[in-house]
Design a protein. Structure first.
Length: 303
C-alpha cells in the first residue's frame, strides 16, 4: 500500500499584534493563527452559483479594493478540549484521515417540508435536521453492521447496531452579542458590538444512534439534546478557553489539542443560514452559496 501523501502547512504569516504598518489595524485573529498551524490545516470551501457569466477582471478588481485589505478574513472556529474518544464505527475516521481523498455529497430537500414538521412538533429547523440526520445515520450503520455480520447481506428490519454506541458531533454556535448579518462598516467601527471576524464556540453533541419504531422519537430526542446544550455555557467556555490557550501557550499547543478533538469525535455538524435578500459577490449576482470545509479527520455535515 502506498504511503499517504504529506501536506505542507501554509506559508508563515506574521501574526504579531504590532499593526503599526497595517492599513486597517487588524492583526490575524487567534483562530486564524491556529488554523495556519501544522496538523490543524482546516480550510473553508465556498461554492458560489452566479446568475451571470463571471468577468475575471471585474472580480479581481473588487478583491483588491475590498477583501485583500482585511487579513482577518480567514478567521474560523477552533476546538480545544478532549472528553474521550468516540466508538469505532464505519463513520469514524482514523488518525491521519485528513490526508485521505474526500467525497462531497449533497442532498436537496424541501424547506417547506422541514417547516411543516417543525411547526407540528413545536421544534426548530435545527431540531428537525438533526433528527433526520440521526435517523439516516442509524439506518446506514445498521446496514453496514448487517453486512459485516451476514455474508448474504443484512436482513430487512433486523437490528444489527451494537448497544451503547458513542457517537458525537461538534456542533458550532454563534456567540456574537449582535446576532445576524451586520454591515461591513458597522463591523469595522471601534466599539461596535458587531466586530470583524468570526466569534464561534462549539458543543459536543451526542447522537442517539438506534432504530426507532416511531420516527418522531428522533425529533423528541434531538430537541431535548439541543435544549440541554443551549442551556449550558459550553460553547462560551470553549471559545474563551481557545483564546486562553493561544494567548498563553501559543497557536502550536492549541493546534495540537484542536487536532486531538477532531480525531476523538465522529462528525462536524453545523448550519450556515443564508440571507433572504439578493446578494452579489464582486459585482456578480449570486443564485446560491454552499459552504463546507476540508482538512479535518472526520465527517462534515453542513446544511
Amino acid at each position: 500500500m502506498d504511503a499517504l501523501p504529506t501536506y505542507k502547512s501554509l506559508k508563515p504569516i506574521k501574526t504579531s499584534r504590532d499593526v503599526s504598518n497595517s492599513e486597517d489595524g487588524q492583526p490575524l485573529s487567534p483562530i486564524a493563527r491556529l488554523f495556519h498551524e501544522p496538523g490543524s490545516n482546516v480550510y473553508i470551501v465556498g461554492i458560489f452559483g452566479s446568475k451571470t457569466k463571471i468577468d475575471p477582471d471585474v472580480a479581481k478588481a473588487s478583491l483588491v479594493k475590498g477583501l485583500l485589505k482585511h487579513p482577518r478574513f480567514s478567521s474560523l472556529q477552533a476546538l480545544d478540549e478532549e472528553t474521550g474518544e468516540d466508538t469505532k464505527t464505519p463513520l469514524k475516521g482514523p488518525v491521519g484521515g485528513e490526508n485521505n481523498p474526500r467525497r462531497v455529497l449533497k442532498l436537496t430537500t424541501s424547506l417547506d417540508d422541514v417547516k411543516l414538521v417543525k411547526n407540528a412538533m413545536n421544534a426548530t429547523i435545527n431540531d428537525v435536521v438533526l433528527a433526520v440526520t440521526e435517523a439516516g445515520l442509524s439506518r446506514y450503520l445498521n446496514r453496514r453492521y448487517g453486512e459485516l455480520e451476514n455474508d448474504k447481506g443484512p436482513m430487512k428490519w433486523k437490528n444489527y447496531i451494537p448497544k451503547n454506541i458513542r457517537l458525537r458531533a461538534i456542533f458550532y454556535v454563534n456567540i456574537r452579542p449582535a446576532a445576524g448579518l451586520q454591515d461591513l462598516v458597522a463591523m469595522m467601527d471601534k466599539g461596535s458590538p458587531a466586530r470583524w471576524g468570526n466569534k464561534i464556540g462549539y458543543v459536543l453533541l451526542p447522537f442517539n444512534i438506534g432504530l426507532r419504531e416511531d420516527p418522531l422519537d428522533y425529533i423528541h430526542q434531538a430537541k431535548a439534546a439541543i435544549n440541554r446544550k443551549k442551556a449550558s455555557l459550553e460553547s462560551l467556555f470553549a471559545y474563551i478557553f481557545t483564546k486562553f490557550l493561544i494567548k498563553f501557550f501559543g497557536s502550536k499547543v492549541a493546534g495540537h489539542l484542536n487536532y486531538k478533538v477532531f480525531c476523538n469525535t465522529t462528525l462536524w455538524f453545523s448550519n450556515v443560514p443564508g440571507t433572504g435578500d439578493e446578494i452579489a459577490f464582486c459585482g456578480h449576482e449570486l443564485a446560491y452559496y454552499a459552504p463546507t470545509c476540508c482538512g479535518q479527520p472526520n465527517v462534515s455535515f453542513p446544511f
